[in-house]
Write a protein that binds this ligand. Structure first.
Ligand SMILES: Cc1cc2nc3c(=O)[nH]c(=O)nc-3n(C[C@H](O)[C@H](O)[C@H](O)COP(=O)(O)OP(=O)(O)OC[C@H]3O[C@@H](n4cnc5c(N)ncnc54)[C@H](O)[C@@H]3O)c2cc1C
Length: 775
């Protein structure tokens, strides 16, 4: 039956092909009726959705949607590298600060960054990482910005968020792109010197995810400003969750602008507009602090009622009145690829460094827990996903540093890097068990675990990001034809629109038919004849990714054809297509990372883990698409793309074991995928203590084996604690004095690394009292 249908489809395809080649027939019998159909089923776009879609650029995501990604182009993207001044800043300014940061006391004692830390951050330009040098800022790259935020986050999420916000979506970023020369000259040097401290307020009680629906209102009117009557804006707003608001000296505010009396022209509703308002301006109210998941970065509400501001406070001046949504979307799309993904990467790096060591140090049933397969499964997930996180962080910031503003890529990075961080932290917590549950200065994971819902929620809550942004906007924007067809359909001159549509439709149908034919051939040959830019162990992945790129293009075309505007509401379906695009992106980032690092064989288990998992998840997502399209097209698509069934399988147990064998040893790769984790090589440092124990235990492993063998042969008694065994082994001449000392030291460090905090009666309560006194 299916085979018959396939034949019919192929027959229709061939007939259609001939129809395409005669332009007059095509225009008459194909394009004209299709143009009318297309206009009818076109997803209804709100103005804010349209602006979101039009903002930013299409980059590597466009290639992934093309059905034939140009892998050489991927390889040609530069390898991200820190400049000398950036590396120096991290070594000489960031690390000394981190050595002094104590997240437990920040959270429990101060409930704030200590005043000297605030001063240090301001004095050393942490709030001006992205402000160009000409305005007194650091002028760092996006890669450096992400590296710095990640590194701080491994020590303190609260400190990282404090640094992150002024360097992502906020007045600084908006001023840089849209500010008038006067605004730039006035604000940027002040922000760079840390004299002014910014926040940006968009969200309110009624408008969270649907930020375009903010009720905050500015009405053009006449008022007194510096002793003169001028046209200005009377503003009322009510915002909440605003990071840094309780401390900010300058408030970036998004509101809707109206001109009911037509003081500035014929327009009555201008739309979303952004302004910069000093928080000392009469009428600006900043409320009490929120307390997000126990993290203590500043966050709070702000409101104002009928506050008069002059027009020149609009960011970009009057020409930018009503352009706020586009400004925000463009800046958000860049920031979204840096800040929260940096937090995600930080969680991966700290979890890899600590959990790989702890899984070796912690023993139960007489073995390192990392030897148990159950633990290995979780440990390999931490390391394998961290490899992919780091790869995705690098590729995304590379794009931004190339000047791209790829909204879909950054949404993918935001969603998947924070979701992978959530998986990683769950695993890291499970492996550490009680050691990570008990809070205190020695706990290096618990507050990250508590803080991850913040990264999931902000800058586009994750469910919305997956379901609406990645595919909803991606499909139309990155697809080689759909967006241009939509533009043709929206053309004011219907005849011109039809002619443009006709030319595009011809290309589009050829593209779709090509994908059917090549998709079937590729499916029948299991992708073996797809081209790969490399030979060797990664070639098969390039072939499979090309195959999946074509599958995505084909499924997208069919879904759009069948569902039209309805696809937007079928979020479960479209999100699965978005998952395919996302995994194509992250898988390609992983291959690029492997290439950039010189194709080291040590990377291969991690690369296999990430690629196999991505392909498996793409297969699952596509199965979900086939199952939820109408039955016949769903079955046909499956037969074309996977004629022998979906053969992608989960990660192999052997790969899991290979990763665990590798990651529980010091190595260049382990250092690389935990390089962002700040730790000190000393016992006082909680991570340092576990790491030192790990190294000392590895160093005495041959000695331990010698004792163990002696126990098995009966020359030493069995089941004795090491402390009692060592003197016996010495007496028996099995270990020298120096070896006995090394064994004792390793055992001491091991025990120290297992310890958790406990608090004397009243000690925790005292922290509350100290806080009350401080405030
Ligand atoms: C700690 C913190 C700091 C913040 N800092 C700032 C800041 O500095 N400035 C600022 O302006 N805002 C800030 N925010 C606001 C943040 O951006 C919003 O919380 C976020 O946009 C989500 O809004 P909401 O919490 O009201 O969730 P809601 O909008 O109520 O959403 C609830 C759930 O529904 C889902 N959802 C909603 N619509 C859809 C849809 N169409 N399809 C699928 N799922 C959907 C969401 O994904 C979410 O899971 C901050 C928030 C927090 C928690």
């Amino acid at each position: 039956m299916i085979e018959l249908l396939l034949l019919v489809v192929l027959g229709v395809g061939v007939a259609g092909y001939f129809l395409l080649t005669v332009p007059r027939w095509r225009l008459c019998y194909l394009s004209t009726p299709f143009f009318a159909f297309f206009k009818r089923v076109l997803p209804p776009l709100s103005p804010t959705e349209r602006e979101a879609m039009e903002a930013g650029t299409v980059w590597w995501d466009g290639e992934l949607f093309s059905g034939k990604p140009d892998w050489q182009a991927l390889h040609r993207f530069p390898k991200p590298q820190l400049r000398e001044d950036e590396a120096q800043f991290i070594a000489e300014v960031v690390d000394p600060l981190l050595a002094r940061l104590n997240d437990f006391s920040i959270i429990n004692q101060h409930r704030d960054l200590p005043p000297e830390v605030w001063r240090y951050l301001a004095d050393h330009g942490f709030f001006a990482l992205i402000i160009p040098k000409e305005y007194g800022g650091k002028g760092f790259s996006n890669f450096a910005n992400s590296t710095i935020v990640s590194r701080i986050a491994t020590r303190s999420l609260s400190a990282a968020v404090t640094v992150m916000v002024p360097n992502s979506l906020g007045p600084g970023e908006l001023l840089l792109h849209y500010g008038t020369p006067q605004q730039k000259e006035y604000w940027l040097p002040r922000l760079a010197r840390g004299e002014e401290f910014p926040c940006f307020a968009l969200t309110g009680p009624e408008a969270g995810s649907d930020a375009g629906a903010i009720p905050d209102k500015g009405v053009l009117c006449k008022g007194m400003w510096q002793g003169e009557e001028v046209i200005g804006i009377r503003l009322s707003w009510n915002k909440r969750y605003i990071t840094l608001a309780p401390r900010a000296t300058v408030l970036g505010l998004a509101f809707k602008l109206y001109d009911p009396d037509h003081l500035m022209g014929d327009v009555t509703e201008y739309g979303i507009t952004c302004a910069l308002i000093p928080t000392t301006h009469p009428g600006v109210q900043v409320g009490h602090r929120h307390f997000p998941m126990g993290q203590v970065f500043m966050n709070g509400p702000t409101w104002g009622d009928n506050v008069f501001i002059p027009l020149e406070w609009i960011i970009g001046g009057w020409p930018y009145a009503g352009k706020g949504w586009r400004m925000l979307v463009e800046c958000l799309s860049a920031g979204r690829g840096i800040s929260l993904p940096a937090l995600g990467a930080a969680c991966g790096h700290i979890s890899t460094r600590t959990t790989s060591a702890y899984a070796y140090v912690r023993r139960q049933f007489g073995l390192s827990i990392g030897r148990f397969e159950g633990v290995q499964e979780a440990l390999a997930r931490i390391a394998g996903l961290t490899y992919q996180l780091e790869a995705t962080r690098r590729l995304t910031t590379t794009g931004l540093d190339l000047g791209e503003r790829p909204g879909i890529v950054t949404a993918i990075a935001k969603y998947h890097m924070t979701e992978q961080a959530r998986l990683i932290l769950n695993d890291a917590m499970d492996i550490h068990a009680g050691r990570a549950v008990q809070l205190g200065p020695n706990n290096y994971l618990g507050y990250h675990y508590m803080g991850i819902p913040i990264a999931i929620t902000v800058e586009g809550a994750n469910i919305l990001t997956r379901n609406l942004m990645i595919f909803g906007q991606g499909a139309t924007r990155c697809h080689p034809y759909v967006y241009r067809e939509m533009e043709a359909a929206a053309c004011a001159d219907a005849q011109e629109g039809l002619l443009r549509f006709d030319a595009l439709l011809a290309q589009h149908i050829r593209f779709a038919l090509g994908n059917v034919g090549k998709g079937l051939l590729s499916g029948l040959s299991l992708g073996k004849f797809e081209s790969s830019p490399v030979s060797g162990p990664t070639a098969c992945y390039y072939r499979q990714l090309t195959r999946m790129s074509r599958a995505l293009a084909l499924c997208t075309d069919v879904s759009m054809l069948l569902l039209g505007g309805e696809l937007k509401r079928r979020e479960m379906l479209s999100a699965r297509l978005g998952d395919v695009l996302s995994h194509l992106y992250m898988a390609s980032a992983t291959l690029k990372y492997y290439e950039d690092e010189g194709r080291q064989s040590a990377d291969l288990p991690y690369l296999h883990y990430a690629l196999r998992r991505s392909l498996w998840l793409m297969g699952l997502a596509l199965q979900g698409v086939f199952d939820n399209l109408p039955t016949v097209p769903g079955m046909l698509l499956k037969r074309i793309i996977f004629p022998f069934g979906i053969r992608y399988r989960p990660v192999r147990d052997s790969t899991v074991s290979a990763i665990c064998r590798d990651i529980m040893q010091p190595s260049a790769l382990r250092d690389r995928i935990s390089a962002l984790c700040f730790w000190q090589e000393q016992e006082q440092d909680p991570i340092g203590r576990v790491e030192l124990a790990f190294r000392a235990m590895l160093a005495v492993q041959p000695l331990e084996k010698r004792l163990h063998d002696a126990q098995k042969q009966g020359s030493l008694p069995p089941k004795l604690p090491l402390a009692e065994l060592i003197p016996l082994a010495q007496t028996a001449g099995l270990v020298s004095e120096a070896e006995a000392t090394a064994l004792r030291e390793a055992e001491r460090l091991r025990y120290a690394a297992l310890q958790v905090d406990s608090f004397a009666p009243g000690e925790l309560e005292q922290m509350g009292c100290d806080r009350a006194r401080e405030s």
